[in-house]
Design a protein around this ligand. Sequence first.
Ligand code: ADP
Ligand code: MG
Length: 347
Amino acid sequence: MATIELTKLIKRYGKVEAVKGIDLSIADGEFVVFVGPSGCGKSTTLRMIAGLEEISDGTLKIGDEVVNEREPKQRNIAMVFQNYAIYPHMTVRQNIGFGLYTSKLDKAEKNRRIEDAGRILGLEALLDRRPAALSGGQRQRVAIGRAMVRDPSAFLFDEPLSNLDAQLRSQMRIEIKRLHQRLKTTTVYVTHDQVEAMTMADRIVVMKDGHILQVGTPTELYESPVDVFTARFIGSPSMNLLPGRKNDATVSVASGGDILIGVRPHDLIVRATASDDKTALSLTGTVTAVEPLGPETLVHLDIDGTAVIATARDKFVPAVDTTLTCTAAPGNLYIFDAQTEKLLSRS
Ligand code: ADP
Ligand code: MG
């Protein structure tokens, strides 16, 4: 188990700065997820932690030790990749045991660890099979098992689920989370998928262009995004944004204004009948598409040329091409500066 501390961590490739001075303290036993669009520096940061990429500047501490100059194998960290290399000619037992290839542990201890990992990952009945006789999810578990037997002080995952189909991905998400709850090993997990980040993380680190934009629990990021980028990135469907103007305490939709009004699809409600509830925002437009999801329907509207998604509940499924009004209750609006895109206030 270990804390991981990044101080002004920089990675340069020639003149290009891929990671531009990152500060982050990861607590012992914490599950931290790096999330952000492709190319923002997630893998590079993870690989610097693993020791697979030289650190150009700054300090990396694991536990009490500065490890900038330490070889990967001296860092006692285990990494699981998207393209997990499991060997087809080896059994599951041998594949998991491969994590101990260079270890000086005695044979009995190695076997104990392999069997423990097999049991925790639900592979105990498959230890003598070869990978060809396993499902995609089982293979991914073998790769995790190989990392586990080393009893590392931290796990690093780089998009480990990207190659799996949607159903398996959501199942493995929960499995990795359960595994963490059981082992409580410090974990850094990289993904471009905000749903993975939201469902797995103790804390999410939002990255963009080699910087950290915001760090917080899933709820903190959802409730209090610092800017338009995080606001749009966290939550699905993405937060709606409309150009607007602010006068005293009220906001109104207007083009060329100095603010952007953000409202999440789940807070923008289309009703079958009028309601006299208080509203902070009321938008009228044409229904362009509907997505009935069962308990609710996502309603796509064209509001004066701006595409907006609202929600209809209580089995109300609006018809396409009809004109409808959607409303948001007070407290559900996010007001951003149109220029800087920083959050100014809630309304
Ligand atoms: P992410 O994992 O967030 O998609 P990466 O960390 O892989 O992003 O990459 C961050 C940036 O660094 C990208 O612009 C990428 O092109 C660049 N980069 C990554 N590896 C190298 C390399 N070996 N040489 C030069 N540039 C690289
Ligand atoms: Mg990557």
